[in-house]
Design a protein around this ligand. Sequence first.
Ligand code: PGA
Length: 247
Amino acid sequence: MLVIANWKAYVEDFAKAKELLAASKKASRRSSCDIVLAPPAPFLSALALGNKSAVAFSAQDVSYTEGGAKTGETTALMYQTAGATYAIIGHSERREAGDTDAIVAKKLSHALAHGLTPILCVGERERDSDGRYLSFVREQITAACAPFTTKERAQIIVAYEPLWAIGKTADHAIGPNDLAEMVLYVRKVLSELLSGKNARHSLVLYGGSVEPTNVRELAHASQVDGFLVGHDSAIREDFVKLIKELS
Ligand code: PGA
């Protein structure tokens, strides 16, 4: 299981960031999960450079640009230099702030060019009874992958994160049966974009109110490869408990 801890802007002081890293290292030693921490950008290098544990690091986003006269931008190369090996791209909170499918594709290309494994977030705002949310998710994945070769596409991890489930509590998360169905659906879409062998290897994650109380059932009921955890990844005890549930 791959577990991405998306600290978002919940972690604002470095002391808390260090505590969370220490707890994650300890949890990872006792677990078969692969843990990836996505701290706020200013903390990344201090946490990641010189880190000798199995815990890996991710950017929460990367810039659409590649350096130069762009005040305030943090590029994929900067993240890579600071110790990240993954990058979350197309998160709904970034799409809300203006990331279009074209911007998402551009960010994916920068991440891939600098050796960051992209975690592409997709997901519908709400579910309708006609199943239009399925074509919405298909279009998001297809648009993001369109500019890339099959080999590049195979490196992209897809995180299915329905907006209606984000930032709530476990009882508002997706149910196990619906997750099982969505994971199969995302794999089907990927299999159309990749050649057979690659499609089998690409990872599909779920995010949206994953907590210690629902993570095990979600993992067992579906073929999901892991989780993208938001609010509960910034609460030390909860995150440790969540990892334990998966071990
Ligand atoms: P959440 O966030 O766990 O707080 O729902 C998940 C996400 O937005 O990645």
